[in-house]
Design a protein around this ligand. Sequence first.
Ligand SMILES: Cc1ncc(C[n+]2csc(CCOP(=O)(O)OP(=O)(O)O)c2C)c(N)n1
Ligand SMILES: [Mg+2]
Length: 503
Amino acid sequence: MVQGAGKRRHVYLGIDFVLAHTESAACVMAAVHGRLAGTAGAAVVTRGPGVTSAANGLAQASLDRYPLLLLSDGVPQDQAARTAHQRLDQVATTAPLTRWSGRLGHATPYKDVMAAAALARRPPAGAVHLTLDPSVPGDPVHEPVDAPGPGHGAGDVRAALARAQRPVVVVGLDAADLGAPLHAVLEQVGCPVLTTYQAKGAVPESWQGYAGLFTGARIEAALLEQADLVVGVGLDPVEPVPGPWPYEADVVLLHRHPVDTAYFGGRVTLHLGDYETLLLPLLGHLASTWPVGTGTRTLAARHKALDASAPGLRPHDVVRAVQEELGDVPVTVDAGAHMLVAMELWRTDRPGQVLISNGLATMGFALPAAIAAALARPDRHVVCFTGDGGLGMVLAELETVVRLGLPVVVVVFDDAALSLIAAKQQPDGHGGTAAVQYRSIDFAAVAAACGMRAERVHDLPGYERALHVAFGSGGPTLLDVAVDPSAYGAVLDAIRGPRRISS
Ligand SMILES: Cc1ncc(C[n+]2csc(CCOP(=O)(O)OP(=O)(O)O)c2C)c(N)n1
Ligand SMILES: [Mg+2]
């Protein structure tokens, strides 16, 4: 139930208008709403600083493949000679962050906006920018030209799939929403299945074939080393953390648009087509000799490897307590050490329930994403898992949650530190704790000042009690949870290995 949903919102020409505090957060909100609603979300910003401040949101939409249309004011060309104030080449500034950027002029504005929104949605989805300039006719919106991938004939792919005895399927962001038809064919094959962060829930995680997340790092290596074929379904190389591809197995990528295959080394085949009519039937040619229950056992081993102890409140228990209280609710996850724990331990059986920036992997994503998720799915609680560092970047959006009366519960993994960076610091490196530790912020007091119900908790019983009250009340709530970061080093070792692949 949403308390007071619709408060302080403005609908104009059928478009719901929400005021945000920063342009980058507005872009994240619009892009996430677009991702969930299956349409392009739009953000409107002022000229100059409005555009430069939107940069991170544009990059998030483009690298996470979310559909976003940014509309900016600009200095019109016929005034540019005498207007230096806030004048930037806004088209050039945003070009590297968008699929397309151009001027919206007077010739065919309606058609151009529709074309831009369609381009933002077309796979791979991303950001498109239009800057208003009524003094020019406008630039024709056009597709970026994708390089064709090294495709093979369907016969080759079918034979490669049919030859495999120990295939592992990795579902990526482009196939995240296929749902029941994907699950049905994979259930019939019976091989272990991994999903990327953005495809979490693409197959039910309670299903015995689900073997955990594909990260590009060490935690899935024990499984992939035994595979004789890795089949990526909608697997976009923007997701795995940088590092080598150390596996012997051949790779077949099934995708609906060309993707860069360099990440997977030499033995890779990219096969393009429509999922429903071509690619899912192709998956049906796979067979599996993996022992029954490989997925479940792999997942259990992963959880065991993560289960580091700590004297204080463990991030693990912070995540588990929410799931025990609420079950499979929509969650958003920020970037940081808490993310490693949240993504591994949270369980969902449905796609689109866990939202994370994993292409850009930006901090400051989870709170605006939670706002958008609550607007897109007004009947449910949304849980926002964020670090103290990431929340600090978008703090004023707490007021947006309150103003809109959204049922968002913000859970802050508060360790007064950039713990992911602290865990990666070289022991003999520069900076020391001064480079990664903050003074403690009382986020509960800050949230209360924004009009939010908020509490600071220090131990598990207090946290569980506060969660129960928060979810019972249904309104906007922030829980500032003092977590013990001492287990993160062991978590990072288990997931990424001692080499600490960077991201
Ligand atoms: C906007 C942005 N700046 C910097 C980074 C690099 N980075 C990744 S995680 C991290 C630390 C996050 O700290 P916090 O939010 O407190 O989470 P914690 O690691 O402590 O759980 C940093 C600086 C990033 N991903 N995004
Ligand atoms: Mg922190």
